[in-house]
Design a protein around this ligand. Structure first.
Ligand code: GAR
Length: 219
């Protein structure tokens, strides 16, 4: 592990989670540097948050097939020699080849309390299901969608008046400190993942860490 840790970020959209990592680096909360931002959407606002030489973007439709896109993406990510690859609003499913190449250092933030509401439209689905709580999860990526071991979660209440938009905004306010605290912990090297099990200081993590009201991860 390098110090500062080398972090590659995959993002498809506005990049508020990327911004929170950049802010954490700037304030000294995260001992890392962003070594590349990678997108399947050449117009993604996330790309503008880093210097042009750190940006890589290609549209999947410009490739012969999904495997060819994934291969190009994986080669570009590998070329920046990252310690960690963080999916921060990356909205395209990563193929098995990509996931296996970066196994154990590929992380995603997902806007639900996994294993609830994998996939898309999580906020609408939480409301529809009548959930009292909703939130976000940081997990290791495995080939099956949103199914990897969960490192940490943050919770918010679901209010009777919520729309998917108001709920998404509330979740976002905890996503940012959750992602920052999770990545800050990962770069210490104290967390590892083996065969679907997360180890913290060599001990099995029996349940995800949770973000407390001070923005600290607790067991
Ligand atoms: C975030 O809410 C993130 O959890 C979600 O996309 C949003 C990206 O926002 N990710 C997924 O839904 C992945 N399945 P951002 O671009 O402002 O960071």
């Amino acid at each position: 592990m390098n110090s500062p840790a080398r972090i590659a970020v995959l993002a498809s959209g506005r990049g508020s989670n990327l911004q929170c990592l950049l802010d954490g680096i700037g304030s000294g909360q995260l001992d890392a540097r962003i070594v590349g931002v990678f997108s399947d959407k050449p117009g993604a606002a996330a790309l503008d948050k880093v210097a042009p030489e750190l940006r890589w973007a290609s549209a999947p439709k410009d490739f012969d097939n999904r495997e060819a896109f994934d291969q190009a993406l994986a080669d570009a990510v590998a070329a920046c020699n990252p310690d960690w690859i963080i999916c921060a609003g990356y909205m395209r499913i990563l193929g098995t080849g990509f996931v296996e190449r970066f196994n154990g250092r590929l992380i995603n933030i997902h806007p639900s309390l996994l294993p609830l509401h994998k996939g898309l439209h999580t906020h609408a689905r939480a409301i529809e299901a009548g959930d009292a709580e909703h939130g976000a999860s940081v997990h290791f990526v495995v080939p099956e969608l949103d199914a990897g071991a969960v490192l940490a979660q943050a919770r918010v209440p679901v209010l009777p008046s919520d729309t998917p938009e108001t709920l998404a905004n509330r979740v976002l306010t905890v996503e940012h400190p959750l992602l920052l605290a999770s990545v800050a912990l990962l770069v210490t090297g104290r967390i590892t993942e083996q065969d679907g099990e997360i180890l913290c200081d060599g001990q099995s993590l029996l349940r995800p860490l949770r973000l407390d009201s001070a923005g600290v991860l607790v067991g």
